[in-house]
Design a protein around this ligand. Structure first.
Ligand SMILES: Cc1cc2nc3c(=O)[nH]c(=O)nc-3n(C[C@H](O)[C@H](O)[C@H](O)COP(=O)(O)OP(=O)(O)OC[C@H]3O[C@@H](n4cnc5c(N)ncnc54)[C@H](O)[C@@H]3O)c2cc1C
Length: 522
């Protein structure tokens, strides 16, 4: 993973000159005057953990599994939000952990938590490091130091129960590794977020992730049937049946807890048979409202495709890199729906045909498989483009929310208005990214020219848009989580009593407050 950006550095590319020109003419984007810092120029704080504490951590996991070299510290500094990347590009490594610790078992995690609690060392569980909400930065005040607890060594497929369709897997497995291991059994999780190539199973559960095929396979939290969690107070083993009436479901307390209550060390996950057939296709609707109505009908009355997303007019227009695929509709592109079908060959054509009847009955025009295949081909490419845009002087960031169908237009307008009020004339694109019978999530991409202080510019816009989401009755996050960046808005969403409940849980599980301090709740 590129330390100051996304993905494989070999796949990074510069923006072509015509695109730069377009950005300059449309948005006033100019190349930044100061070049991005190199790895060697990153300013790191001194390591504050004492040698005896480091020695104790080494005794627990083995000397080779505690690293405090600059490279390891930099690669575990923050996550991958645009502000995170801006700070790294400016050479700001001030949030670096003192050390990176790589446990090899649940028992070692327990031991580490005990030692860190005894020495008041903050612990940041670290999966793929793709958090976009400030979920990987510990508040250090009052602590002797901070360590990143990298779960990469916990990367086994422990067991597969094909009768129950449940696989037990370790949290440090990255999604592609997990899919590869399951493919050996003819199975899949069906969880394909845009961060698929780097994010881990533990991170998905801890941040309640949702993948691009959530309409068919469900969100990640729907897939979790059991969890083992290491806490400073001991082990929690949760989930002995798919559903239960034995009191409140404590699995739900851990899902979305973002490392603040405990460290997930194994997951029992519902799996599906790997699909024999996959077809993705495009549909055009005259407007976002017409497309939304069609998605709602499918979500409520079926058949529900495996992938279902709708771009608004702006996103559709910008996405028309190959207009010929849309039948020359570029001038009046309307709104693009991507519908995907995955499953047995005996079912996919039938499901596709029945969905097509609904879509065309509601005004949709079939564009065939071309746009669907383009989408599938480029589905993990956008984060690379963000790096190129940042280098060219444009700020690009995404944000998301969700609401009930009846409130969705208000939420859509509120977010757009807020971004325009804060940023002047940004480019704001949106798509409906996940659908349910009762509502949907809206995913926005914002592009704007950087000011002299792009970080302050974005932080002010983000504060306003968070407020706008809360005021318009949306949730502050449908799938990115809370971290530090959404903490205040989350508190407003659940109220003082809600925060007190979470505080009570944290105090019980983590009395010294060492787990991800500052993340989720203050
Ligand atoms: C380019 C890009 C695209 C993205 N696309 C999507 C998307 O389509 N859908 C989506 O849902 N999200 C998306 N995300 C957000 C992010 O990938 C998800 O939040 C993901 O769940 C994080 O997984 P991770 O392994 O990287 O976790 P990390 O970023 O390492 O950690 C996330 C949080 O969980 C905690 N944590 C991690 N592992 C554990 C564990 N084992 N036990 C306890 N706590 C733990 C961390 O302390 C942190 O607070 C995207 C992010 C980027 C940068």
């Amino acid at each position: 993973m590129l330390w100051s950006g996304w993905g494989d550095p070999a796949r990074a590319s510069e923006l072509p000159e015509p695109v730069r020109r377009l950005l300059r003419d449309m948005l006033g984007v100019h190349a930044p005057e100061v070049p991005a810092a190199s790895l060697g120029e990153v300013r790191l704080p001194p390591v504050t953990l004492s040698p005896p504490v480091l020695a104790e951590l080494r005794d627990i996991v083995g000397a080779g599994h505690v690293r405090s070299d600059d490279d390891a510290r930099i690669r575990h500094t923050r996550g991958k939000s645009t502000p995170d990347l801006m700070r790294m590009r400016a050479g700001d490594g001030s949030d670096a952990p003192d050390a990176v610790v790589l446990p090899g078992s649940h028992a070692e995690v327990l031991e580490l938590l005990r030692a860190c609690a005894a020495h008041r060392v903050a612990v940041v569980p670290f999966g793929g490091g793709t958090s976009v909400v400030g979920g990987l930065v510990a508040a250090r005040q009052g602590f002797a130091g901070a360590v990143a607890l990298d779960l990469a060594r916990l990367n086994r497929l422990i067991s597969v129960d094909t009768e129950s369709m449940v696989a037990e897997m370790e949290p440090g497995l990255r999604a592609p590794q997990a899919e590869q291991l399951l493919a050996g059994h003819g199975l899949t999780l069906g969880h394909f977020p845009q961060s698929f190539e780097y994010a881990t199973l533990g991170g998905f559960a801890a941040a309640r992730s949702s993948g691009q095929a959530s309409a068919g396979y469900g969100r990640f939290d729907d897939m979790v049937v059991g969890l083992t969690v290491a806490t400073p107070r001991g082990t929690l083993d949760l989930g002995r049946a798919p559903k239960s009436a034995a009191g409140p479901d404590l699995r739900q307390v851990i899902l979305g807890s973002e490392g603040a209550f405990g460290v997930i060390t194994s997951l029992r996950l519902r799996v599906r048979r790997a699909p024999a057939e996959r077809i993705y296709e495009g549909w055009r609707f005259a407007s976002f409202a017409a497309g939304s109505a069609a998605l709602r009908r499918l979500a409520q009355d079926g058949p529900v495709p495996t992938v279902l997303r709708l771009s608004d007019e702006t996103e559709t227009m910008v996405g028309l890199t190959r207009p010929e695929e849309l039948g020359g509709l570029a001038a009046d592109a309307g709104c693009l729906v991507i519908a995907g079908y995955e499953g047995p060959s005996s079912e996919v054509p039938l499901q596709r045909e029945r969905a097509a009847e609904v879509l065309s009955g509601l005004g949709g025009v079939s564009l065939g498989p071309g746009p669907g295949e383009s989408w599938a081909h480029g589905r993990y490419a956008a984060p690379y483009l963000r790096d190129s845009l940042l280098a060219a002087g444009a700020t690009v960031e995404t944000l998301e929310t969700a609401g009930f169908w009846s409130n969705l237009p208000r939420l859509y307008d509120a977010v757009r208005l807020s971004l325009h009020a804060s940023l002047g004339s940004p480019l704001v694109m949106c798509h409906v990214s996940h659908v349910y019978g009762t509502g949907a999530s809206l995913y926005f991409t914002v592009v704007t020219a950087q000011t002299e202080d792009p970080l302050a510019q974005w932080e002010a816009a983000k504060r306003s848009v968070n407020e706008a989401i809360v005021t318009a009755g949306g949730t502050i996050s449908h799938h990115h989580g809370v971290g530090r960046d959404h903490r205040e808005a989350y508190a407003a969403e659940i109220g003082d009593l809600g925060v007190e409940i979470l505080r009570g849980v944290k105090d019980r599980l983590d009395p010294e407050g060492i787990l991800n301090p500052g993340v989720l709740i203050a």
